[in-house]
Write a new protein. Structure first.
Length: 473
């Protein structure tokens, strides 16, 4: 029935042109939304081949089905045939689901925060592929609803208007339920997992096969087993975050329980009583500190948040960034906590140091500096720099801390950079100029991609895909 109705509609040239035009425009819109959070180079290099091509295939299918669904509804209306609300509703909901899933799974769903869902497709079991599959199913439902009308097969029974509404409500319910599934039900399609870890085995083995450099030594240098300690303490920061509603403590704990890494007794004390210990980042607690500093960076009052690039480019929609809308474990709406707590108040000199370092430190998931903290990594590093500045750390100390925190939060990308400096300049990771490696030339998305291409050209690592990246709780 669907094929016969499709031939009838698309056999009419104006409706065929309409379907093609709508499909192409949907793809253009999909790309615009996609480009808000990532680029093709980083998207392809961070995700597996299976994910990439499945995602692209579902996007093309969504665009084609959207064009067909709308063309069929228009055909039915023009021919004065009987139609159903399900046809139009299914088409609109299907297109919406397809747009929502546009982006990179690690950082990339630009529209998710608008729904109150963490700004990362990594929260979903199949990292957003299931949302695109839902979009396809809804569009097929729309087309099927129109097909009967096109062929004059509509039933004379009264229309049950609640059916399309119930189906749409069920799909929305599934959308909100999927991110809350236990971690062991989730699949990993990324070339690097969200939680900080050592570089992927295939990357390490490739480098080891093609290069005399000691891979284990490089990894040990950038992610030392004993960690990296900064001259700053947790103090009462965690306790204040809970008291100010920035962190819903029970939901925060549940995040780590679901991830199979429950909070340690020491970490629990940070929020319950405060902890008078220096902060040390290790491979084991990098994920914890990422969310801890994300919450602090988001909530602590600072001119960078109030007057900086995120405020300027947010244009009244600051709450839609991954670093803002993606923070969904507060007890209040995100804009009620954004830059609202005076947990640490910096002096003018301390703030100047934060601004200097933040404006010159970058992250491999995008091209923005820490002074534009639009994703969780940027907001977390901004938080860490403020804590360090409050302890009267020097600018050099802050750059050095940024270098090691980036290495723990982006281990795969920083392994590439460590290998680059070792192969080209013979430098150990500790000897690399911190200001240089955290700068745009190396640590931005385009900077890291350029250095990875250099490694490939010199047969030191696998060739990255050609073309033109990624952030959540």
């Amino acid at each position: 029935m669907i094929l016969k109705a499709t031939r009838a509609v698309l056999g009419d040239l104006p409706h065929a042109v309409l379907a093609l035009s709508l499909g192409l425009n949907f793809l253009a819109l999909d790309y615009v939304i996609f480009s808000q959070s990532t680029t093709f180079t980083i998207f392809f290099s961070q995700n597996s081949v299976l994910f990439n091509w499945t995602s692209i295939g579902l996007s093309l299918a969504t665009a084609a089905l959207f064009g067909q669904a709308v063309a069929m509804v228009v055909y039915v209306v023009k021919k004065n045939l009987q139609t159903s609300a399900g046809a139009a509703g299914g088409g609109l909901f299907g297109a919406g689901f397809g747009a929502i899933a546009s982006g990179c799974p690690v950082c990339g769903a630009w529209l998710l925060p608008m729904l109150g869902i963490a700004g990362s497709l990594a929260a979903f079991p199949f990292q957003g592929l299931e949302i695109k599959a839902l979009a396809v199913l809804l569009l097929v439902f729309s087309i099927r609803s129109s097909a009967g009308s096109v062929l004059g097969l509509c039933s004379t029974r009264p229309r049950r208007m609640w059916v399309p509404l119930a189906i749409s409500a069920a799909f929305v319910g599934v959308l909100y339920a999927l991110p809350n599934l236990p971690q062991h039900y989730k699949f990993n399609f990324s070339q690097r997992s969200f939680a900080a870890r050592a570089p992927a085995a295939d990357t390490v083995q490739s480098a080891a096969r093609q290069n005399d450099l000691s891979v284990s030594v490089l990894v040990g240098q950038m992610n030392p087993e004993k960690g990296f300690t900064i001259n700053a303490r947790f103090g009462q920061i965690g306790k204040r975050l809970v008291e100010d509603g920035v962190i819903d403590f029970e939901r925060f704990k549940a995040v780590y329980d679901r991830a199979g890494a429950p909070l340690t007794q020491s970490q629990l004390r940070i929020f319950e009583d405060g902890l008078d210990e220096n902060i040390t980042i290790t491979g084991d607690n990098a994920y914890f500190l990422l969310n801890f500093f994300w919450a602090f960076g988001l909530a602590n009052q600072n001119p960078i948040l109030d007057e900086g690039e995120i405020a300027q480019f947010g244009e009244g929609q600051i709450g839609t960034f991954a670093s803002t809308g993606g923070w969904t474990i507060a007890t209040k709406p995100v804009m009620d906590i954004y830059s609202k707590s005076e947990i640490i108040v910096l002096t003018e000199a301390q703030q100047a140091r934060v601004l200097e370092v933040a404006g010159n430190t970058y992250r491999p998931c995008c091209g923005n500096s820490t002074a534009f903290p639009d994703c969780n990594h940027g907001m977390a590093l901004l938080g860490m720099l403020q804590v360090l500045a409050a302890s009267d750390a020097s600018v050099d100390d802050m750059y050095r801390a940024a270098k090691y925190f980036n290495a723990f939060w982006f281990p795969s990308e920083y392994f590439d950079l460590a290998l680059y400096f070792k192969a080209r300049d013979g430098l150990d990771f500790a000897d690399i100029d911190a200001r240089k490696i955290v700068g745009a030339e190396y640590s931005s998305g385009f900077g890291w991609t350029d250095k990875k291409k250099w490694l490939a050209q010199n047969n030191l690592i696998e060739q990255p895909p050609a073309g033109g990246g990624g952030c959540g709780v």
